[in-house]
Write a protein that binds this ligand. Structure first.
Ligand code: ADP
Length: 304
């Protein structure tokens, strides 16, 4: 199976002309309420491509939990892996955007931060050698590490999105446990000390990740393309040309697409290209989970 083990948030967006100063009260031009959290976004991206997915994550036991479950179900992600965490609040992201396109974001992790060994125990029975597990870094690192150990022991595939990179960095062991990591430019810099900006510098940064024990690296350079690298070599996928209006969740749609492509047996080069098309299409639409493309759209772009 394809399993996402990660975060679920409700995104509350207020559109403003300018950000409030301390002590100031402003009227918003408009608001949006939506589904977010990297785990939820990646699960929705998989479902949008027509593949089955199980999202294992926690919501609180508040009214946002119902909203999250309903939003997920409407987008093809069922409730079986969801757990209502007693006494916790559902993860919230409070986002303000201004007329210059800047944003400020406050995340309250809530129930996501309560994910623990009990969730890992729920994951274990699903871990067969053919299983693909998607993780991100919006849940406690101890839990990520414990889950990664079980995925590795089962011979399953772990696609780890090191986003966001924790202040303390990633534990060394994770580089050996993950089958594949998918850092963007800033995450790559945090992990390797090198900021990639072109195929050469990305290849160099990938080399540093391999030195840490990582088998497969995919370095996402936004509008500049993607580098993939493993023991059999490396390659570069130039960017797809699209009209980008909102890059939110492009990386999540990329990872969802990558998992679907790998689950269908595509090699690293072809899976990366498929994923890059998913990421590119996601930038043509507003929103987080709702930006994910369908398989028809991806195939259209791949054959254009
Ligand atoms: P993240 O969202 O994690 O920061 P990126 O910004 O690198 O990651 O976006 C993820 C992927 O989406 C990129 O690797 C690329 O394939 C695609 N992508 C993002 N922005 C663009 C763009 N402006 N044009 C084409 N493809 C894009």
């Amino acid at each position: 199976p394809l399993v996402v083990f990660g975060s679920i948030n409700i995104d509350m967006v207020a559109r403003l002309h300018h950000f409030p100063a301390p002590g100031e009260t402003l009227h918003a031009q408009g608001t949006d309420l939506g589904l977010g959290g990297k785990g939820a976004n990646q699960a929705v991206a998989v479902a949008r491509l027509g593949a089955e997915v199980l999202l294992m994550g926690r919501t609180g036991d508040d009214m946002f939990a119902d909203y999250a479950a309903t939003s997920l179900r409407r987008r093809g992600v069922g409730p079986d892996g969801l757990f209502r965490s007693p006494g916790d609040t559902t993860g919230l992201a409070m986002i303000c955007t201004d007329s210059a396109g800047e944003n400020t974001i406050v995340v309250a992790g809530g129930a996501n931060l309560a994910m623990d060994g009990d969730d890992v125990a729920r994951l274990v029975p699903l871990l067969t050698p053919g299983a693909i597990v998607l993780m991100q870094c919006e849940i406690p690192m101890d839990t990520i590490l414990a889950a990664a150990r079980r995925v590795d022991a089962a011979g399953a595939t772990l696609i780890l999105d090191p986003a966001p990179v924790p202040d303390a960095g990633l534990p060394d062991e994770l580089f050996r446990l993950a089958t594949l990591m998918t850092p963007n430019e800033t995450e790559t810099e945090r992990l390797t000390g090198l900021r990639p900006h072109d195929p050469d510098s990305a290849r160099q940064a990938a080399g540093r990740l391999h030195q840490k024990g990582l088998r497969r690296a995919i370095i996402k350079l936004g509008a500049r393309g993607v580098l993939y690298s493993d023991e059999s070599g490396h390659g570069f996928i130039p960017p797809f040309h699209v009209t980008a209006i909102d890059s939110v969740a492009a990386g999540d749609c990329f990872n969802g697409g990558l998992a679907v492509a790998l689950s269908q047996g595509l090699d690293l080069a072809r899976a990366t290209r498929f994923a890059a098309a998913c990421g590119a299409l996601a930038t043509t639409r507003k929103g987080a989970a709702d930006a994910a493309p369908t398989r028809e759209e991806v195939e259209g772009l791949l054959s254009a």
